[in-house]
Design a protein around this ligand. Structure first.
Ligand code: DAT
Ligand code: MG
Length: 176
């Protein structure tokens, strides 16, 4: 009898936001996330453009806090040394629910105190939720976000279909 593969393998985008970097929390956050026993399949540091920030959070564009959220993810609240995020892709069984549980609720004041957001997040006097970490919310969003933040060749696995293409007359920077 054939044994069905019942594993629900998922991948998701995780961002250590500028406040997480500025507070030197990267190690603590990655240690906490390792409780889920997932694997990291991509990682890089990125300076977030306005275009990338707005595309990432496009579902929230009508919210009153949208502009502050864009400023926050671009690092404009934390000084030029922290105008970047650490972007990671995690993969594993039920990865999204596992990491969102460890991250905690969106509002850091409502988050479980032993979750990442509960332990390290804050709400600024301007009302910005500085909640340290982003985790994709569901598989559809995860695919959209991973494709937005990473090229296929930046991941050690290819979770989605790829195709070959030729880019002509394209200048790239290489080591001198
Ligand atoms: P999550 O990041 O938990 O998936 P979300 O997608 O609803 O939550 O919102 C994205 C980010 O927007 C969230 O991490 C922090 C910010 N945010 C959400 N609701 C907010 C609010 N009421 N006031 C201020 N910032 C908020
Ligand atoms: Mg979300």
């Amino acid at each position: 009898m054939a044994v069905e593969n019942s594993k629900n393998t998922e991948q998701l985008l995780v961002l250590v936001k500028p406040d997480g970097l500025k507070k030197s929390l990267t190690g603590n956050i990655l240690t906490k996330l390792s409780e889920a026993k997932l694997v990291i399949v991509g990682a890089k540091v990125i300076q977030v453009s306005k275009e990338l920030a707005e595309e990432h959070y496009k579902q929230l564009k009508d919210k009153p806090f949208f502009q502050e959220l864009i400023n926050y993810i671009q690092g404009k609240l934390h000084g030029s040394s922290y105008s970047r995020v650490l972007a990671l892709v995690y993969q594993g069984e039920n990865a999204i629910a596992k990491l969102r549980h460890l991250a905690g609720a969106t509002n850091p004041e409502e988050a479980d105190p032993v979750s990442i957001r509960g332990a390290y997040g804050r709400i600024t006097t301007k009302g910005v939720y500085e909640n340290v970490i982003h985790c994709s919310s569901d598989p559809v969003e995860a695919e959209r976000e991973i494709k937005l933040w990473f090229r296929p060749d930046e991941l050690v696995i290819k979770p989605y279909p790829t195709k070959k293409t030729t880019i002509k007359n394209c200048d790239i920077t290489v080591w001198d």
